[in-house]
Ligand binder design. Structure first.
Ligand code: SF4
Length: 457
């Protein structure tokens, strides 16, 4: 049976959780330390508490889980917006068909040019993004765009993984997407609260709550192994959204053997034509609770934030469990080329954001990673989840992070960057627990320094 949200059940779990006493919270948190995840009921109890002691403990446990499963690596990606044509009227989105502006869809040549710029920033992993418009942006266009990106080579680099964030579609279209070799299929539910969803989506195919909600069922039936969910925090009550996300994750796990590969954590921000005063903007403190509760509830799911979060907030959220961030992002169609063509001032600005994020991560003693290994080794869906749940994912994540950082420093770093990155690589090599893997990584790093590329485990 496809995904359904029983709002009354979600409300009743949240209601019951309101009375959770300190002793039960302690026992839930004791269990959380075992890295086995939590039931929706236990997650609801963590979301309900206002006890500063328990919230602090949640933060500490979320940080320890992040450390134990992912170590210091933070995976980098960049969004690539190819079309802002959209037939939906979504109140919170700048692409809404209610907003009047000149819309565009990139030609294949322009897509290659954007991907080339991103490759020259060092990116290997893109998230292809497009509005929904069956006439101006049909599935054939998206398939051709993915092919154009995968077919591109810049010097010794190329884009190695294209994740796709397009509107809910048919099984047939998902099958076609799967056949092009996409990484993760990403779709935000926006809100799991149906009355809110219906109010915010006034017209267009996206208005159909159940069609949107069951998109991952169709995608996974069509062969797509890795799906990435998310909600736009601020549209409705955050406790309801987190719990519904967890129920969705459980449904996918029970039905297809793998829950969400990633969960994106966007916070609502101002878009064209939108009145922010009518939304429930999430405070920094509540957002930290959301991130840590998700990290504890689904320890093996990648968690993504955008660089729209301030550096101070990013730092805190990474400590609480975020494992992927975008770097140097543009959220405009053709945004990378227009930055580059904007004259010298812009040229500096365009190259800076990705490098800034990478340097910032290294300054924080974190390891920026351009890894795409799991997908290319066939570690997707339930195969990925079983490796993650065995606790062994760290044994491949850190080596791959170090090898891709070495590649980045050789291809894109100046002398000072290489000095800093090389020191970080050597410090972290010593942290690879498995001796055989440590030695293999050391050898591969030497090979990369001598010109080898695209080495991974
Ligand atoms: S090894 Fe797999 S899980 Fe780890 S960063 Fe690479 S692709 Fe992701």
């Amino acid at each position: 049976m496809d995904m359904r949200i029983d709002a009354a059940r979600v409300e009743s779990i949240l209601e019951l959780a309101r009375g959770t006493d300190g002793k039960r919270l302690d026992s839930i948190l004791d269990r959380a330390e075992a890295l086995k995840g939590l039931s929706p009921e236990d997650t609801a109890a963590l979301l309900a508490t206002d006890s500063p002691r328990h919230i602090e403990r949640m933060f500490r446990i979320a940080g320890r889980i992040k450390e134990a499963i992912y170590g210091e690596r933070v995976v980098m990606f960049a969004p690539l917006y190819v079309s802002d044509h959209c037939v939906n009227k979504c109140e919170y989105c700048g692409y809404s068909c209610g907003n009047k502006f000149t819309r565009r869809r990139l030609t294949m040549e322009e897509i290659r040019a954007e991907a080339e710029i991103l490759e020259r920033m060092g990116h290997k992993r893109l998230a292809l993004e497009a509005g929904e418009d069956p006439v101006n942006c049909p599935i054939e266009y998206i398939l051709e765009a993915i092919g154009a990106i995968y077919g591109m080579k810049v010097g010794s680099g190329e884009i190695r993984r294209v994740n796709v964030n397009i509107a809910a579609t048919t099984e047939e279209n998902y099958r076609k997407l799967h056949e092009t070799g996409i990484g993760t299929y990403i779709l935000f539910q926006e809100t799991y609260h149906e009355p809110t969803y219906t109010r915010l989506h006034q017209s267009g195919p996206k208005k159909d709550f159940n069609y949107h909600l069951t998109a991952f069922d169709r995608a996974m039936r069509s062969g797509i192994d890795d799906v990435g969910g998310g909600v736009l925090f601020g549209l409705y009550d955050w406790r309801f959204e987190v719990l519904a996300l967890m129920l969705h994750n459980r449904h996918l796990d029970e039905t297809f053997g793998a829950g969400f590969h990633t969960i994106s954590m966007p916070r609502l921000c101002q878009a064209q034509g939108m009145d922010m005063s009518s939304y429930r903007v999430l405070s920094d403190g509540d957002f930290k609770r959301v991130v840590s509760a998700v990290r504890i509830a689904v320890p093996y799911t990648g968690m993504i934030i955008s660089t729209r979060e301030s550096p101070a907030m990013r730092k805190e959220l990474i400590k609480l469990g975020v494992s992927q961030i975008s770097g140097g992002s543009s959220v405009e169609v053709g945004g990378y080329a227009s930055r580059e063509n904007g004259g010298e001032q812009f040229e500096v600005a365009y190259s800076r954001p990705a490098l800034d994020v990478i340097r910032w991560l290294m300054d924080e003693d974190l390891v920026p990673s351009f890894c795409t290994a799991c997908y290319r080794r066939g570690r997707t869906g339930d195969r990925f989840m079983s490796l993650a749940k065995s606790g062994n994912i760290k044994n491949v994540c850190l080596p791959n992070a170090l090898m891709t950082l070495c590649e980045y420093m050789m291809d894109y770093g100046d002398d000072s960057f290489r000095t800093q990155a090389d020191a970080l690589i050597h410090k972290n090599l010593a942290k690879i627990e498995n001796a055989v893997m440590r030695e293999l990584t050391r050898e591969n790093i030497e090979k990369i320094k001598r010109g080898g590329r695209d080495l991974f485990v």
